[in-house]
Design a protein around this ligand. Structure first.
Ligand code: BMA
Length: 324
């Protein structure tokens, strides 16, 4: 089957009348309910990409035993999805790496000739698993990119200065109460080094920890990164998201960073669920010709939701509301 990663169209809804938010929610959220497939307890924090004029994705599904795993899925319109009831079975060359502990929070990135998948992989503690697929039928496991403990591994969509580049967020083995975004570089997707600090926690909504969200979007002015930030409230962690603009050639250099959040958990499906008060973005679709962006995010660790924005408005917001 020929692979066409071009985005021919994207799901879209105009900003509602009377709303002045830079990022607004889809009126029919959530787009994926927790019980879409018989095996699921919840379906959230998931990654959607364009594929042959349709959409494919890798979805985080927690099953009714509360195991966290990745399932493949497809959609014609980016709004209505069909998911496989059984998790992805990775093709491994090294049986040592095949043991399942847990797999969650996937990102999918088209690079050069295939779709790469990165996720939080249980390997004696959480680290970043990397694999790839051509067709969303067969999935090949590459390697664990980094040592435990690490989460939120997110690949850039092309090499920079000849190297693959990946964000990550070193963590601990629990519900980590800290976390900054770093970046690592690789000549071959296997060996990662030349680590750089990108940005750390700040005040307010991003004061406890931050982590990269969807694959960064290349704009003329820099890499646009949506990232989640966490504040610790009386009631526990609250996950919102904002954006940053990073230098095109040295993407660890932050040009702008949003002081206010772009979206925080405020609706029922973001505030009520297995983990209340979570809006966690893992994927976006960007149409360069119109500047439209659709962001897929998990709601309350239970359902998958969609939000929209326009690239020029996000860049304008960043210029006016940046604090480094
Ligand atoms: C993080 C990850 C995410 C989750 C979030 C809130 O550590 O586990 O998958 O959405 O916590 O529970």
């Amino acid at each position: 089957m020929a692979i066409d990663p071009t985005l021919h169209f994207l799901p879209w809804e105009d900003r509602p009348a009377g709303c002045s938010d830079v990022v607004w929610r889809y009126s029919q959220n959530p787009i994926i309910p927790r019980d879409l497939i018989p095996s699921s307890n919840s379906i959230f924090n998931s990654a959607v990409v364009p594929f042959n004029g349709e959409f494919r994705g890798v979805f985080r599904v927690d099953n009714k035993k509360r195991e966290m795993n990745l399932h493949s899925g497809s959609s014609k319109d980016g709004l209505h999805f069909t998911l496989k009831n059984d998790p992805i079975e990775w093709i491994h060359t090294d049986p040592e790496l095949a043991k399942f502990e847990y797999r969650y929070d996937p990102r999918v990135t088209w690079i050069e000739d295939r779709y790469y998948v990165s996720w939080c992989n249980g390997f004696y503690g959480p680290t970043i698993g990397l694999g790839y697929t051509y067709d969303f039928e067969k999935f090949y496991f590459l390697e664990n990119a980094l040592l435990p403990y690490n989460r939120n591994g997110v690949l850039f969509p092309r090499r920079i200065n000849g190297k693959y580049v990946m964000f990550s967020r070193p963590s601990d083995n629990g519900h980590t109460p800290f976390g900054n975004i770093y970046l690592s570089q690789s000549p071959d997707m296997i060996h990662w080094g030349e680590h750089r600090f990108v940005m750390g926690t700040k005040d307010g909504w991003q004061s406890t920890k931050i982590g990269a969200g969807p694959t960064p979007i290349e704009t003329k002015e820099g890499w646009l990164l949506f990232y989640h930030g966490v504040i610790t409230s009386c009631n526990g962690f609250v996950y919102s998201f904002g954006a940053a603009l990073l230098d095109l050639d040295q993407p660890w250099k932050v040009i702008y960073r949003s002081a206010p959040y772009l979206l925080s958990p405020q609706t029922i499906y973001e505030c009520v669920g297995d983990v209340p008060n979570v809006a966690f973005p893992c994927a976006s679709l960007y149409q360069e010709s119109t500047g439209k962006i659709a962001i897929y995010y998990g709601g309350a660790d239970t359902v998958t939701a969609l939000a929209f924005c326009k690239v020029d408005e996000v860049l304008d917001f960043l210029k006016k509301n940046s604090e480094l």
